[in-house]
Design a binder for this molecule. Structure first.
Ligand SMILES: [Fe+2]
Ligand SMILES: [Fe+2]
Length: 246
């Protein structure tokens, strides 16, 4: 079972972060998943790879009523985001899977039917969850060609997928960034190599700087909180990406 941490709670509106997987093999990149609850609806972000599926199911069952999970949000198509979907659909065949529109034809090669997916158009969309309207915010080419972040304006949390991601050792998987300078070596190479477009990266940074945010929560690494968010966004804006650094 993965460890989990409540990062926001107001009435029946809650965010949990699943963050530590003691069984993860050291050659696998660690992932964070987020469980968002509003009333009787629950959404899971970037549900993860097949290898972590049992750990995630057992953690979620501790947090919320398992029957209430009715939505999954996928920022993009990578295996660490998406490959557990076939397993999820076996146990929850009515699950609504939100996916960037351009990836549908590729995703159907290994999971679901066309009516499994709620396709997010390039310009983004609102995603209803209980009393909330979450927003899919375009993040194309940062890093995937069809890519979204998920914004919760009530909780002031942006789930950023691979943007802000850090490759951290298994025993360093603490929830929050505490010292940006110490964090920098864990994010710099990843962002230079895996983000391909400076133009689109800068547009995303400018878009996100306008949001009211308390947390910026990536799929890997550590969560940026408070003033650390602006520090990260300004660093990312200045960074030259699309570099072969490995
Ligand atoms: Fe990715
Ligand atoms: Fe990822």
């Amino acid at each position: 079972m993965k460890k989990y941490l409540p990062i926001y709670e107001k009435g029946d509106h809650k965010w949990y972060c699943l963050y530590k997987d003691p069984k993860r093999a050291s050659h696998l990149v660690g992932t964070k998943e987020y469980v968002i609850q509003s009333g009787s609806s629950v959404l899971l972000t970037d549900p993860g790879g097949t290898e972590v599926f049992p750990e995630i199911v057992s953690s979620i069952a501790e947090i919320v009523d398992f029957a209430a999970i009715d939505r999954v949000f996928c920022t993009h198509q990578d295996p660490d985001v998406f490959s557990s979907i076939a397993l999820w659909l076996q146990i929850k065949p009515d699950l609504k899977v939100y996916l960037p529109k351009i990836w549908l034809g590729f995703m159907l090669h290994f999971a679901g039917a066309a009516n499994t997916f709620e396709l997010i158009p390039d310009e983004g969309m609102s995603i209803p969850l209980g009393n909330l309207n979450l927003q899919a915010i375009p993040a194309h080419y940062v890093h995937s060609s069809g890519n979204f972040s998920l914004y919760d304006p009530e909780a002031k949390i942006l789930f950023s997928g691979d943007i802000g991601a850090a490759i951290i050792p298994k025993d360093g998987d603490d929830p929050f960034v505490k010292n940006f300078d110490a964090h920098l070596p864990l994010i710099e190479g990843f962002h230079k190599r895996w983000l391909g477009s400076n133009e689109h990266k800068n547009q995303w940074c400018e878009r996100v700087l306008e949001l009211d945010l308390d947390f910026l929560a990536p799929q890997h690494g550590l969560i940026y909180q408070g003033k650390m968010i602006k520090t990260f966004l300004e660093w990312l804006h200045d960074l030259k990406v699309g570099q072969i650094v490995y």
